[in-house]
Design a protein around this ligand. Structure first.
Ligand code: AMP
Ligand code: GLY
Length: 441
């Protein structure tokens, strides 16, 4: 098969690496890709949002399957255009991608179909928003309706701050058009977990869980980022909780989208808050997470191409119980350019003193390119995802940080505490193993 993968981040590098391992994969293109992806795929110079060029290329090259990585092309309708051209595509239509592209749409759907999520109201008018805020208790969560590169959520600690944020969002000064409609919602307290499932409009195929680290610095401090590290599976996940998430959130959402006339096909990524043990939906994304995907691809033993193709061909029911995951933890530490997520310099030199892939480790590239001399330099804020497998979180983490020690990049930084919550839980488990009542003894 000839495959076209769309995107250029660490998520896409891990997808390219895994797709290229499939026996069915004859030729893999990636648009636009990056310096690491060029090791697994032929990079072609079309931006992910350049719908016309991508559709034209897919037709000309007789592509058998297009896999769309990021949310922006989904919201722009790339999957619709490819479907119209008769090309198979893994990723939802623009109407279905509204689950991620419009927070208001997602919240209304949850309200209509009884999917647990934080109480909310939608606003386009500042006076109405102000009156509503006055009646709330802080903290108050304010979100842009539209996409804002993962940064459109602000948790205001006071009513005054909430009013200021609402003012700046609604006027367009903070996030442009994305913020001219807002959602104000109740603050949820608990531990966050990400859960991923495939859907083909009807059938749901649960995948696995992960936990992201959104803040820039150790101890979950500093500004929000796209994600500074992740591990999979999430430490608090168990089969019963997975079933609850699927029964209360994922399957009802897939049924609801079908009932609304916009069936969801692709990967549904649920951001969940465990509130006193009960899963409450924070957000849906219509794609794999970055860097969660990198950890999932390290754990996936089955053929990714077979799985995505079954999704695109609406026959996920063929795959039930056949996806195999390594019984290990995968952990990913993101190396970012100093200054990220604010200002940072580009074109700083990176030297990697070891093979980028071996049995237990992988270095996935995000914002990298080769300069005129062929040296590896950064071209973005999040630059490398250094991943490792291990029998425990502690082991995976040790392997990942040992690998990081062999990457020389003076202009880069990374968090030194990825997986800290899971590590605490693991240590607690070792100190106080649960008592097993052996009734027959
Ligand atoms: P989102 O872009 O919706 O994932 O939001 C970014 C982050 O904001 C989430 O990962 C949460 O940490 C936080 N967040 C969003 N909504 C809420 C909420 N209602 N209560 C508490 N935290 C939230
Ligand atoms: N790591 C969070 C996201 O991909 O949205």
């Amino acid at each position: 098969m000839k495959i076209l993968l769309v995107g250029s981040g660490g998520r896409e590098h891990s997808l390219a690496w895994k797709l290229a391992q499939s026996e069915k994969c004859e030729k893999l293109y990636c648009a636009p890709g990056n310096a690491g992806i060029a090791g697994s795929a032929q990079c072609v110079p079309f931006e992910a949002e350049d719908t016309d060029s991508l559709v034209h290329f897919a037709i000309e090259e007789q592509i058998d399957l297009v896999v769309i990585g990021p949310e922006a092309p989904l919201v722009l309708g790339l999957a619709d255009r490819l479907n119209e051209a008769g090309i198979k595509v893994f990723g939802p239509s623009a109407a279905a991608a509204r689950l991620e592209g419009s927070k208001g749409f997602m919240k209304d759907l949850c309200a209509k179909y009884d999917i647990p999520t934080a109480a909310y109201r939608r606003f386009t008018n500042l006076e109405e928003a102000r009156k509503f805020i006055e009646k709330q208790d802080a903290p108050i969560v304010i979100k842009t309706d539209g996409l804002a590169a993962g940064k459109g959520v602000i948790i205001a600690q006071t009513k005054e701050e909430a009013i200021e944020v609402a003012t700046n969002m609604l006027s367009g000064t903070l996030f442009g058009a994305s913020g001219q409609e807002i959602v104000i919602e109740a603050f949820l307290e608990g531990e966050e977990v990400s859960f991923f499932a495939l859907a083909d409009g009807k059938t749901v195929l649960p995948l696995t869980s992960a936990q992201d680290h959104k803040r820039a610095y150790d101890g979950d401090t500093g500004p929000n980022t796209g994600g500074m590290g992740a591990y999979s599976p999430a430490h608090m996940m168990n089969p019963a909780l997975e079933k609850t998430i699927n029964d209360r959130i994922i399957q009802p959402a897939v049924n609801a989208m079908a009932a609304e006339g916009c069936p969801f096909t692709g990967v549904l990524f649920a951001g969940i808050m465990l509130v006193e043990g009960d899963p409450v939906l924070i957000e849906f994304n219509a794609r794999f997470g970055d860097p969660e995907c990198q950890t999932m691809m390290m754990r996936l033993q089955s053929d990714l191409l077979e799985i995505l193709l079954a999704g695109a061909e609406r026959r996920l029911s063929d795959l039930h119980d056949s996806i195999v995951w390594r019984d290990e933890t995968a952990l990913c530490v993101v190396m970012a350019a100093k200054g990220y997520p604010e200002k940072y310099i580009k074109n700083s030199l990176i030297t990697i003193d070891l093979p980028e892939f071996d049995e237990k480790t992988a270095i996935f590239h995000a914002g990298t390119k080769r300069n005129a001399q062929g040296d590896l330099v950064n071209s973005g804020g999040r630059v490398l995802g250094v991943c490792a497998l291990g029998k425990s979180v502690a082991q995976a983490r040790k392997n990942a940080y040992e690998t990081i020690g062999k990457v020389h990049w003076p202009e880069g930084f990374y968090r030194s505490d990825i997986g800290w919550r899971a590590l605490q839980a693991e240590e607690e488990f070792e100190k106080n193993p649960p008592v097993v009542n052996n009734l027959s003894a």
